[in-house]
Write a protein that binds this ligand. Structure first.
Ligand code: SAM
Length: 279
């Protein structure tokens, strides 16, 4: 952990500064006492303020640690639930970081068993592709086409599928980012559109790419670009909706397709939205 996180999410420097404020107040109180030779009202107030400040900081740290421990326990529970269902033949790649968090993987697995999709298109490959392929193998139906902007990362995901014997359930397509056409979509760099020309009737669209650090709304084109290719009752799985960019994207889609999209949210660590299409 390179940041000591408080509810107000202080950086390490701010945290140290807050600690110094508390210690300094107590030190000043002691100096006042030493200088005057007695315990004055000013000294008592300064001492009290220092102790109060340090107690408050301790409480903040304690509350933060409590919620982090709860989140970790939830991830462990989710990992156990997922692995006991999938029974992976090799160790799974790490959950979290750029990959889906364990609690989101649990939601994905539940959704796949519930909806039994035929064609799945995914934006952003990795652990999610492998997990989906495991479920498709158990369902005995369905196929995932995963668009990947990174040539190197596309080989990594293909490697996962090969190692787990699941290559026949998934195509990982290297789709470098390109500027799209059109007045609105033309503002975006998105997956090379030619890669999806042959696909129709997408039952599940997983939106977890492209990378969004340069443009927080980089994932916006997924729905308008693929709308005609979505089946009449498709589901759109959107990760990271606790981020401003993704939550704004969902709002834009809802405004753009009134009455044709119904949103359900799931309380995961990074935020998850499921959009049910009704054409
Ligand atoms: C949010 S990630 C996609 C994660 C993917 N859905 C998964 O569950 O692993 C978006 C992009 O980040 C890039 N990436 C870089 N390092 C990665 C990593 N360790 N895991 C997954 N994606 C990574 C890939 O180009 C990927 O398409």
């Amino acid at each position: 952990m390179n940041r000591i996180s408080l509810p107000v999410d202080l950086g390490k420097k701010e945290w140290l500064l807050s600690l110094m404020v508390g210690i300094s107040l107590i030190a000043i109180a002691l100096l006042i006492g030493l200088a005057s030779g007695e315990w004055t009202a000013a000294g008592s107030i300064t001492f009290g303020a220092g102790v109060f400040w340090l107690t408050l900081l301790t409480l903040f740290v304690f509350r933060r640690l409590q919620s982090e421990i709860r989140a970790e326990a939830n991830h462990i529970e989710a990992t156990i639930a997922v692995t006991s269902i999938l029974k992976p033949r090799r160790p799974l790649p790490p959950f979290g970081g750029a990959a889906l968090e364990a609690d989101t993987v649990r939601e994905l697995v539940a959704l796949l068993f519930q909806t039994r999709p035929g064609l799945i298109v995914e934006c952003g490959s990795g652990l999610s592709t492998l997990i989906t392929a495991y479920v498709l193998e158990q369902l005995g139906q369905g196929h995932i086409v995963s668009l990947e902007q990174g040539e190197g990362w596309h080989h990594v995901t293909k490697g996962y599928l090969d190692q787990h014997g699941l290559a026949s359930y998934a195509d990982v397509v290297y789709a470098p980012l390109k500027r799209l056409d059109g007045p609105v979509l033309g503002q975006f760099q998105w997956y090379d559109p030619t890669c999806l020309a042959q696909y129709h009737d997408i039952d599940l669209l997983i939106v977890d790419g492209p990378t969004a650090w340069a443009d927080p709304e980089a994932r916006y084109p997924a729905v308008p670009f693929l709308w005609e290719k979505l089946s009449n009752h498709a589901v759109i799985f959107v990760d990271d909706t606790k981020r401003q960019g993704e939550s704004r994207i969902v709002e834009r889609w809802l405004a753009q397709y009134p009455g044709q999209l119904r949103v359900e949210t799931r309380e995961t660590s990074k935020g998850l939205a499921l959009l049910r299409v009704s054409k």
